[in-house]
Design a protein. Structure first.
Length: 228
């Protein structure tokens, strides 16, 4: 469900030029307190007049002081850098554009109406697991099996990326993603000088968008540092 279809955004203002974005449930407008989800500076240090005007495209609010008119976006979804932050904000304008890995309005997310392309609930955030989830630094090109939940059709393909160190092709079969750990020469810069354990992010990278859209921790362990 699109959040904005259930909750109605509203705005109130302080005397110091801060706009407060709140949610009101139109089905029960007085039964519960409204939820404030954002503070926006319209014009710091100046009193804002009560007369507010929305732009014709409903993208901006015009806030007025005695001397100035300030155009304030009705949303700033891009400030939220993860799915959890995006949907946890409860901003009714924002959702998570999955394969683009960005918080945005639904109408700004490509193919948003297709299944699991656009998340509007925290329970719809992508989850990723990997097996095995740790290997020795002496091991290379170990077969890995990843499983992802809440993802759209991935038939365009995905790559596996160990942060910015190395990237490899994967294959998708029976809702599982198969790829390999780094080669022996690629393991060295990942783990050199990192003690007995090095935790890195293992990403899925969409071939369709070129964006990393899911991540899970992966551990390289080095028992040799404890040898006498």
């Amino acid at each position: 469900m699109d959040i904005s279809s259930k909750y109605q955004p509203a705005l109130s203002f302080s005397l110091l030029g801060l706009s407060y974005s709140i949610l009101v449930d139109p089905a029960n407008p007085i039964g519960r307190s409204a939820l404030q989800y954002e503070n926006v500076v319209a014009h710091e240090g100046s009193s804002i007049l009560r007369d507010l005007v929305l732009s014709p495209d409903l993208q901006y609010l015009y806030a007025m002081t005695e001397k100035q008119v300030t155009r304030v976006p009705v949303e700033s979804c891009e400030q939220y850098t993860t799915c959890a932050l995006c949907l946890g904000s409860r901003d009714p304008h924002c959702g998570w554009c999955v394969l683009h890995n960005i918080c945005s309005r639904k109408d700004w997310c490509e193919r948003a109406d297709e299944p699991q392309r656009f998340a509007s609930d925290l329970r719809q955030c992508v989850q990723l697991t990997v097996q095995p989830k740790n290997i020795s630094v002496t091991m290379s090109e170990v077969p890995l099996v990843l499983q992802a939940w809440n993802v759209p059709d991935l038939s365009a393909g995905v790559n596996c990326s160990f942060e910015d160190f190395t990237e490899s092709e994967s294959r998708i079969e029976d809702d599982r993603i198969y790829c390999s750990s780094p080669s022996a020469k690629d393991v060295i810069p990942i783990t050199r000088g990192r003690g007995d354990k090095r935790v890195v992010k293992l990403y899925l990278k969409s071939k369709e968008t070129g964006k990393k859209f899911a991540a899970v921790d992966f551990v390289f362990y080095n028992c040799s540092v404890h040898q006498s």
